[in-house]
Design a protein around this ligand. Structure first.
Ligand code: B12
Ligand code: SF4
Length: 311
């Protein structure tokens, strides 16, 4: 089975960083970690090619090679996702979609012509898709019924499918989910309020793989909230530090966290010791009334200015 993994274009926005990327001679900031994770979960005897449309277009030879086209997207990629589904159907390909946008609004991808809607987290729904393919089903909707997968079983993403030179940063994920409940955020709907973490050995194996493949630059831990499970993140950092020393600090790290990070000196110290250089903090607004209205209560409990200054 020849699988073409296709990542739709993002529109231009603050996050496209086109001028900065041109200076760095890179084409995109981050790779599609969801799609390389999907490739790792699917049967490894299948053949995979990945085209990130933020880097290049799909060639006629790649379209011709594919038996099935698998796409992932967030809502901002809607326009290109729907166009690519239609293009694949024009070329008589079977099309499967998943990821945050199809999971949130499945009927839009279906109306554009997608044959398989593989929704929610792939660890649960991809095996259902594989069974459907084995039965010869030409269509299907696969959903996880309430349960969230234990990410300790998630395989090492197929980083080998990525064109490393095109990206300014690499991504890995330690945890999914966030204990908070900000009303504008899709995280708790998609991934739940109980942060699920990988094991320290599991994430070190991912870093080993990146090291082996030659990656030597910055890595973004794309967790929704890296410190959602403080106990487990400390255990991971405890294992990461000697790994970084023995590998002569090959990476620098950045991540996202809630502002309560500032209240945990031990955690900040451990992150610095592991070469974390930047953390996105979800400040949103200094206005208490707006924070309360949007249920971002955790930001009303202490001074945001002090949290930013803490080191
Ligand atoms: C890294 C990241 C980015 C990067 C993009 C990197 C990239 N090239 O992918 C950057 C920083 C640029 C970014 C920007 C934005 N992002 Co963003 N981002 C993330 C983040 C934190 C991690 C993505 C990731 O790598 N996840 C790890 C992989 C393993 O998870 P995954 O992609 O979900 O894949 C799993 C499943 O979804 C599923 N799956 C995924 N694809 C497919 C496909 C198939 C076929 C199948 C079966 C399964 C499947 O299986 C995988 C394994 O379980 C997610 C949150 C999250 N937890 O995912 C938000 C998230 C995707 N982003 C989000 C948003 C809203 C944005 C912004 C619009 C924010 C803003 N207001 O500006 C911008 C848009 C950018 C733009 N305008 O160009 C939302 C999307 C909501 C939605 N329903 O679409 C999310 C979910 C965060 C949130 N708070 O709600 N983002
Ligand atoms: S703290 Fe961040 S990840 Fe968690 S619910 Fe709020 S905005 Fe979403």
């Amino acid at each position: 089975m020849n699988v073409l993994l296709l990542y739709p274009r993002f529109p231009k926005s603050f996050w496209s960083f086109e001028k900065t990327l041109a200076l760095l001679n890179r084409k995109a900031m981050l790779p599609p970690l969801g799609l390389v994770t999907v490739a790792a979960i699917l049967p490894q005897e299948w053949d995979f090619k990945l085209v990130d449309r933020n880097i290049c277009s799909v060639t006629d030879a790649e379209w011709a090679w594919a038996d099935v086209v698998i796409l992932s997207a967030m809502i901002v990629q809607k326009e290109d996702l729907l166009n690519q589904i239609q293009e694949a159907k024009r070329r008589n390909k079977q099309v499967a979609v998943g990821g945050p946008y199809p999971t949130a609004l499945p009927e839009e991808a279906k109306a554009a012509g997608a044959d398989y809607l593989i929704l929610d987290e792939g660890e649960i729904t991809l095996p259902l898709f594989v069974d459907a393919i084995a039965r010869g089903d030409r269509t299907g909707i696969f959903r996880a019924t309430g349960e969230k997968p234990d990410v300790t079983g998630t395989p090492i993403p197929r980083f080998d499918l990525l064109e490393f030179d095109a990206y300014s940063e690499m991504s890995v994920q330690f945890s999914r989910g966030c204990p908070f409940q900000c009303e504008f955020c899709d995280i708790i709907v998609l991934y739940g309020r109980k942060p699920r973490t990988k094991t320290p050995d599991q994430l070190l194996a991912e870093l080993d793989r990146l090291y082996e493949l030659g990656w030597r630059r910055s890595i973004f831990m794309v967790d929704d909230n890296f410190i959602g499970n403080k106990r487990n993140v400390k255990l991971f950092l405890q294992a990461l530090q000697p790994w970084m020393v023995s590998h002569h600090y090959p990476f620098s790290f950045a991540t996202e966290a809630s502002v309560d990070l500032a209240a945990d000196q031990e955690l900040m110290d451990r992150m610095v010791a592991c070469n974390f250089g930047a953390v996105f903090l979800g400040i949103e607004t200094p206005d208490d009334e707006s924070l309360t209205l949007t249920q971002k209560y955790q930001n009303t409990r202490s001074s945001l200015a002090d949290a930013v200054q803490a080191h």
